[in-house]
Ligand binder design. Structure first.
Ligand SMILES: Cc1ncc(COP(=O)(O)O)c(C=O)c1O
Length: 475
């Protein structure tokens, strides 16, 4: 019989874990079971523990672990077919039902234009994860213009602090950071403008900001400055850009940095007026995380292309979707095979993942997950905002939106590699809570079904640890 110790030894020897420096942090926990918000683990000393999953297992799990409804739907599908080719005239019912269920949920209202000009998102392309859903969007945008004879429209505008995945294309349209430092030579050029969450130091030095203006007025000035940066790029090269890509409302990996809906609305308008496709990467924000089904719905805009993954299958199986309009699709739908979209993965439209996604959306609607998100949001505000945590000297900002809470610490050592991250990670594990800070930003991202007891315990622990932080504060 294989003992746990054997498993640890084999893991240390043969398995390479993502985003993990195993020399510093070798595998210490084996998950035996996961139920609701809990991971039941055995640690390397042989001790059994029950750990709260405070980050929804990398932002994917929204209904809690081992949800019976989704389990049963996967089992039903398992008995019919598991993976079948999805190309060359072959499709299957579960994929069709999924898209039929999902399309009515997508953003439909666009405050920036009249109904006749509003994009209708109704053509879906399947892939395997968040990165591929974005990679597909980029290729779709470029080939759309290519098929229409505008081959020079192949560049993208993106935002500082953005993250869109780990493939070469998605790294290219993200900010330059430690994540992609080693791969710069492989990446294509993009034009990066300032983050809508805040201007860079250089830009701040260039804009005139009147004294005593409100926070909102300051944000408006900053947003307009970014839009002018984009307009300037367009003046230099009016016909070269295929589109703009953004993580709407929240730049997740950068440390849960929020921006205003108004910015998205102005950006939507700018893209329309300049024949640029707006790509909304809702891999993280999709399915209720910001308090609405999608961040674009929250901002009352409809992008030209939307990318979905993570919570799409309720955290059960990997899948990505890239959804666009018939208008974009019509550039590919042609008598010429040359105009085919030349992209596809072996597991496209995976039957089991489709069954999980369909079941997850059914559950999301039937059990009113947005109501759960509202409840979590009120609890987060009660513990983190009402307690005036932000007034502490070492806390820069406390942010809450939907079922996302973030605390940014004002310490000397910032950025993803800040030593505060590993320190807090261990502090919370001691309390049997899994939180995985992004550098000097601690965030809490629970499954929407987290029980009141676990919510209270985690939020209380966050307040305690954050208030009593023993790490050196900025001089
Ligand atoms: C906004 C966004 N886009 C894309 C991705 C990549 O998704 P995946 O890790 O499934 O490739 C992520 C992952 O965190 C993300 O947050």
């Amino acid at each position: 019989m294989t003992t746990s110790q054997d498993l640890f030894t084999k893991d240390h020897k043969h398995i390479w874990h993502p985003y993990t420096q195993s020399k510093i942090l070798p595998t210490e926990y084996l998950v035996k079971e996961a139920k609701g918000e809990y991971l039941f683990v055995e640690n390397s000393q042989g001790k059994e523990l029950k750990i709260i999953d405070g980050i929804s297992s990398w932002w994917v799990n929204i209904h809690g672990h081992s949800n019976h409804y989704i389990q049963n739907k996967i089992i039903e599908q398992l008995q019919k077919h598991q993976q079948v080719i999805f190309a060359g005239g072959i499709s299957h019912e579960t994929a069709i039902q999924l898209i039929d269920k999902l399309l009515p949920m997508l953003p439909k209202a666009d405050i920036t234009c009249n109904a006749a000009d509003t994009t209708i998102l109704d053509k879906a392309f399947f892939s395997d994860n968040g990165s591929t859903s974005v990679e597909v969007a980029l290729k779709m945008a470029v080939q759309y213009f290519h098929n229409n004879g505008q081959t020079q429209k192949n560049k993208f505008i993106a935002f500082k602090d953005s993250y869109h995945g780990d493939t070469v294309g998605t790294m290219s349209v993200a900010d330059r950071s430690v994540f992609n430092q080693a791969f710069r030579s492989m990446m294509f050029e993009v034009d990066l403008v300032d983050s809508p969450a805040g201007l860079s130091k250089e830009s701040l030095a260039r804009v005139t900001i009147p004294e005593n203006i409100s926070r909102e007025a300051f944000k408006e000035i900053s947003e307009d400055y970014i839009l002018r940066q984009i307009e300037k790029l367009l003046r230099y090269a009016p016909d070269q850009y295929a589109g703009v890509i953004i993580e709407p409302l929240v730049q997740g990996s950068a440390g849960m940095k929020f921006h205003r809906a108004q910015f998205l609305q102005k950006l939507r308008k700018l893209c329309k007026n300049n024949n640029l496709l707006l790509i909304a990467d809702e891999v993280f924000t999709g399915f209720g995380r910001t308090g609405a089904d999608f961040a674009c719905k929250n901002a009352t805009i409809v992008p030209d292309i939307i990318c979905l993954s993570k919570a799409l299958t309720g955290g059960f199986l990997p899948m990505g979707l890239t959804i666009t309009s018939q208008e974009i699709y019509s550039a590919f739908h042609d008598d010429s095979r040359l105009k085919t979209f030349f992209h596809g993965h072996s597991y496209t439209g995976n039957s089991l993942a489709c069954a999980a996604a369909l079941a997850s959306i059914e559950l999301y609607q039937k059990e009113n997950r947005l109501e759960d998100v509202r409840f979590i949001n009120s609890k987060m505000k009660q513990y983190l905002i009402d307690s005036k945590l932000e007034s502490l000297e070492h806390i820069e900002e406390v942010r809450v939106m939907g079922a996302i809470a973030a605390i940014e610490f004002d310490i000397a050592d910032t950025g993803y590699l800040s030593e505060l991250g590993p320190y807090l990670y261990q502090e919370f594990l001691k309390r049997q809570i899994l939180l995985r800070p992004l550098g000097n930003v601690l965030y809490f991202l629970p499954p929407y079904t987290m029980t009141l007891a676990a919510l209270d315990y985690t939020l209380q622990s966050i307040v305690e640890v954050s208030s009593n932080l023993k790490i050196r504060v900025k001089a």
